[in-house]
Design a protein around this ligand. Structure first.
Ligand code: GLC
Length: 748
């Protein structure tokens, strides 16, 4: 009872003071903070990128020298991008054995979809709609990341976005806040497990808070200007889901949001995150984003940027040197209240205690565990399973797929078919180039009777994480050989798409068709042999109207990670029946972008007057090429018997019968959408509010039931108030956003 009473008193003292459980950890943190100087407190709020010289003799000069001195003087709280147990151990020793209080560092990195063993890129994983598999994938990533000495990953990226021009669509869960929220929570659970002090879990980080995915024109780092109606109903829900799942940290965003740099936005970080949501973790800036407050024009210099960021609730400064240079003085001159520093430092130290770093700063540094876990057959199996589930069958005319058998003469064409690196995606910092199973290798494992012709190269040179990809637009060498190989084959497998570094950070495109000479290659091959299976390997939705019209079979194989070629081969030859469904709309043309299923009706949704005055283009349809939620199977499914039970005043139950009407077992993603056609604020024409992935054997039927409560039926008004309004609700249950059985009910 005393415990309860004491906690209640804390709440009355200061909203900024974390309402910490009355535990000995709280007492330990406070005791440690009581011994810290202001400089040491500020040091905890400072994060540097790793540098190799840290584990040898002290660096002689330059940035590394400065960072080394700061390590030894307790002016660094965290380091990112330190590779491997030996490096982590040595750098931890520099701090623990030399700084006055020996407060251990927290080691972070971008373990986005694997470390050494790579799962599919997150957008591909989202296409599985399989929350269990996604959580297991994050679990595997955390196991490997922690085995290398890391304690913290900058994942999951939970941004919602609607613009395939933006390179980072590969990193999230697509365009929908409901699916995005479920996946955000699954990834947090996967990374963090049940015990952050375990040496196979990582502290997770919900990023980028907030609005980064709405960069104007899909151009990375560009301006974001959205109303609070979109902010509350589309952008924030996955962040809130991550917070409710217990994510330990947030990372803010590079962009300005409605005129305020997110890193300096107290409305986001203090009012919403730490206030309304009562978040008790800490917020790290994005790389240099505090310094960039000045570049946005919202601070005159680095010192003002530091002041604004600290007051706005950015607890840790990644690589701006803003806090380490200016925060002490800002506190001493009264420009920043020391209570804010104490709040930030408490949050950071709390994470270090929860990670077990104060019990043993070297607990994550075990060379044998690193060796055993980084080259691990079980992880390859997890990666393969996740990859298979992520593949989306977009078209399959005359059941060209699955391929008849390995004696069928197959011509494999495209540079990506032989590429062992692009399938690893752009966030493969811990992995090794050339370690993915290529399509050619996957087919060889099936002893396929195949020939290979690369065709004209898609890229030249050796692209890297920091350099532009040099796309080949002119050298047609290889075209004739590819066409000749196609002529001789019964089936042509064309593996086309994007190099792994044509999506990801800093990789926006204005044209989202097949880059380089690939479209020309596709049409040249089609002219001699139309029996083509197009295997797409890409990090974003592509606009492929010609292919959708002319190519009989198309699979979306994204960038599937270490086991890419094996997963693709198993789908092509029918050992796995594809079950993926699109987490993001595929446009007909880049001119339609931003394009998303949960759009508003507009005042002129249809051509009622048979004139031009309605919402449309004169040169393109409004609809996507392939809609959100779309995905085919080697079998077929029928929906029937939609029933709506609204007898319960607190919830409505919607059920449907789904039957496998084909001749083989398959998985279907049954999707429930709602629409409130008359609300105080216009509601989207469809909103995903439930889904279930089910497996049915041939001829089998199953009833799927969804429960709609005020939580699903309601929405946020622009001021952030959540309301559920009475009236008619339309429902749709089916295989994707544009198809399904329709019904409606009255909500009182
Ligand atoms: C990058 C990214 C962020 C990443 C961080 C550290 O610029 O925006 O997602 O976690 O820097 O690498």
């Amino acid at each position: 009872m005393i415990r309860f009473y004491f906690t209640m008193v804390l709440v009355c003292i200061s909203p900024l003071l974390i309402c910490a459980q009355t535990t000995d950890m709280d007492a330990k943190i406070r005791e440690l903070m009581s011994r810290m100087t202001l400089a040491e407190k500020v040091g905890q709020m400072n994060q540097y990128n790793g540098f190799y010289e840290a584990t040898g003799p002290a660096p002689a000069a330059g940035d590394a020298r400065l960072k080394y001195e700061h390590l030894t003087s307790g002016k660094v709280g965290s380091v990112l991008n330190v590779r491997g147990v030996d490096e982590v151990r040595e750098m931890q020793k520099v701090v623990v054995e030399n700084s006055r209080l020996g407060i251990p560092l927290i080691f972070a990195s971008d373990v986005i979809h694997g470390y050494k063993t790579l799962a599919p890129i997150p957008l591909a994983e989202a296409a599985s709609w399989d929350l269990e598999a996604i959580q297991q994938s994050a679990r595997m990533a955390a196991t490997e990341g922690a085995a290398t000495g890391l304690n913290w990953t900058f994942a999951p990226m939970v941004d919602i976005y609607r613009d395939a021009r933006w390179g980072r669509v590969m990193e999230g869960a697509g365009e929908d806040p409901f699916l995005g929220s479920k996946i955000a929570a699954a990834r947090v659970r996967g990374f963090q497990g049940d015990d952050l002090s375990a040496t196979n879990t990582l502290l997770a980080c919900a990023k980028h808070f907030a609005g980064y995915g709405f960069a104007e024109a899909g151009r990375d780092y560009n301006t974001v200007d959205v109303g609070t109606y979109t902010l509350h109903n589309v952008i924030l829900p996955p962040f809130k889901a991550a917070a409710e799942a217990g994510v330990g940290t947030f990372m803010n965003a590079f962009n300005i949001l409605n005129g305020v740099p997110a890193t300096a936005d107290a409305f986001l970080q203090r009012d919403i995150l730490k206030g309304d949501w009562n978040f008790d973790g800490f917020v790290v800036s994005d790389w240099g984003s505090i310094k960039e407050i000045a570049f946005h024009g919202a601070a005159g210099d680095l010192k003002e940027a530091a002041r604004r960021a600290a007051i706005a609730g950015s607890d840790m400064d990644m690589e701006s040197y803003a806090y380490v240079k200016h925060l002490e003085e800002l506190v001493e001159t009264g420009a920043v209240d020391e209570a804010l520093i104490d709040d930030a430092v408490y949050r950071i130290l709390k994470a270090k205690f929860e990670l077990g770093l104060f019990d043993d700063p070297y607990a994550y540094c075990d060379n044998e565990r690193e060796e055993e876990l980084l080259y691990n057959e079980k992880h390859q199996e997890i990666a393969l399973d996740m990859a298979k589930r992520s593949i989306v069958l977009l078209k399959n005319e005359d059941d060209l797929l699955p391929l008849a058998g390995n004696d069928q003469k197959v011509a494999v064409i495209g540079q990506l078919a032989n590429d062992k690196t692009s399938p690893l995606g752009s966030w493969r910092i811990g992995s090794d180039d050339g370690t993915a199973v290529s399509v050619i290798e996957g087919l060889a494992a099936y002893e396929v009777n195949m020939s290979y012709a690369q065709g004209p190269a898609l890229w030249r040179g050796n692209p890297s994480f920091v350099t532009e990809v040099e796309v080949n637009e002119s050298d047609r060498s290889g075209m004739e050989e590819a066409v000749a190989a196609a002529k001789e084959a019964e089936v042509v497998l064309m593996v086309l798409g994007e190099h792994g570094f044509m999506s990801g950070e800093g990789r926006s495109r204005t044209d989202i068709g097949l880059p380089g000479l690939q479209q020309e290659l596709l049409e040249a091959v089609h002219a001699v042999n139309p029996n083509i299976v197009l295997v797409l390997m890409n990090g974003r939705p592509l606009a492929l109207p010609w292919a959708a019209e002319n190519i009989p079979a198309i699979i979306e194989a994204w960038q599937l990670g270490s086991q890419s070629g094996n997963a693709i081969a198993q789908v092509l030859y029918g050992d796995y029946n594809p079950s993926g469904h699109l987490p993001m709309s595929f446009p007909r043309s880049v001119g339609q972008v931003p394009l998303y299923y949960n759009h508003f009706s507009t005042g002129r949704p249809t051509n009622q007057e048979n004139n031009v005055f309605w919402t449309h283009y004169i040169d393109e349809k409004n609809t996507p090429l392939f809609p959100f939620g779309y995905g085919l199977s080697y079998t077929s499914f029928a929906y029937s018997a939609l029933q709506i039970d609204d007898t319960d005043p607190n919830a409505v139950e919607v059920s449907v019968v789904v039957m496998n009407t084909g001749n083989r077992t398959g998985e279907e993603v049954v999707q429930l959408y709602i629409h409130d056609p008359a609300a105080t604020y216009a509601r989207p024409v469809r909103e995903l509010k439930g889904f279930e992935k089910i497996e049915l054997s041939a001829g089998e039927a199953q009833t799927v039931t969804f429960r709609l409560t005020p939580k699903e039926l309601g929405y946020y008004q622009p001021d952030g108030t959540f309301v559920t309004e009475p009236g008619t609700f339309n429902v749709q249950v089916g295989p994707h956003a544009l198809e399904g059985l329709q019904g409606s009910f009255e909500w009182e």
